[in-house]
Design a protein around this ligand. Structure first.
Ligand code: ZN
Ligand code: ZN
Length: 211
């Protein structure tokens, strides 16, 4: 299968501390998925306009990413898909489909590949657009550093995720995070490698590549 056009990516910042909700739309069939319905169902319906939603995807269960999930499920009546790992503080999430590493999600003539990227939280996943350089990374990684951690074990898991998953992606990968601007992975690779080469002791919390 060859495509002249790419899967369309629509971005909307929602919520009190702006979180990026993403809609991915097949330009041929107009099927779409919504990733991280954080808040503001009206804005979320707007970025889905002129499309046929087929799924609500969750990168992880922090409240800023799923605040409008129940409302959007009621409005759209499409399957909720998320990772089965431990959810945020006992949050009960009734996914219709549990996604694991390497699973595929279809959107019209296109597909997403799931990457399991724990550390920031145990149920963290990324969605890579197949045959494309764009990856929706949630709070796995930001332009300035990895996602926040709340324990030394969580931070150590983040380091493993950076080494085993993130750095294995090609330089021309463009990461679309849950907060802030998207960035090209190759522009951060040297800083990430330096960061991983340091000891960091029993650190956890907000990290930057430069620390
Ligand atoms: Zn988060
Ligand atoms: Zn977040």
């Amino acid at each position: 299968m060859s495509h002249n056009t790419k899967l369309e990516l629509r971005i909307r910042q929602v919520g009190p501390w702006p979180m990026n909700s993403y809609a991915l739309v097949c330009p041929i069939t107009k099927q779409s998925v919504l990733i991280d319905p954080g808040a503001d169902s009206k804005a979320l319906l707007e970025i889905l306009s002129d499309t046929q939603p087929v799924g609500l995807l969750v990168t992880h269960t922090h409240p800023d990413h799923i605040g409008a999930l129940d409302e959007m499920q009621t409005k759209l009546n499409v399957p909720v898909m998320a990772h089965p790992g431990s959810h945020y503080e006992g949050m009960k999430l009734d996914a219709n489909r549990w996604l694991n590493h390497n699973d595929t999600v279809h959107i019209g003539n296109y597909a997403l590949q799931v990457y399991y990227t724990p550390g920031h939280i145990d149920d963290m996943i990324c969605f890579a657009i197949e045959k494309d350089n764009r990856i929706i990374v949630g709070d796995t990684i930001f332009a300035g550093g990895p996602g926040k951690t709340w324990s030394t074990a969580g931070f150590q898991t983040t380091l493993q995720t950076m080494r085993n998953i993130i750095l294995a992606w090609p330089d021309d990968t463009v990461c679309y995070p849950g907060h802030g601007p998207h960035f090209r992975l190759g522009d951060k690779r040297a800083a990430i490698e330096l960061f991983l080469a340091k000891g960091h002791g029993d650190f956890f919390g907000d990290a930057t590549w430069e620390m």
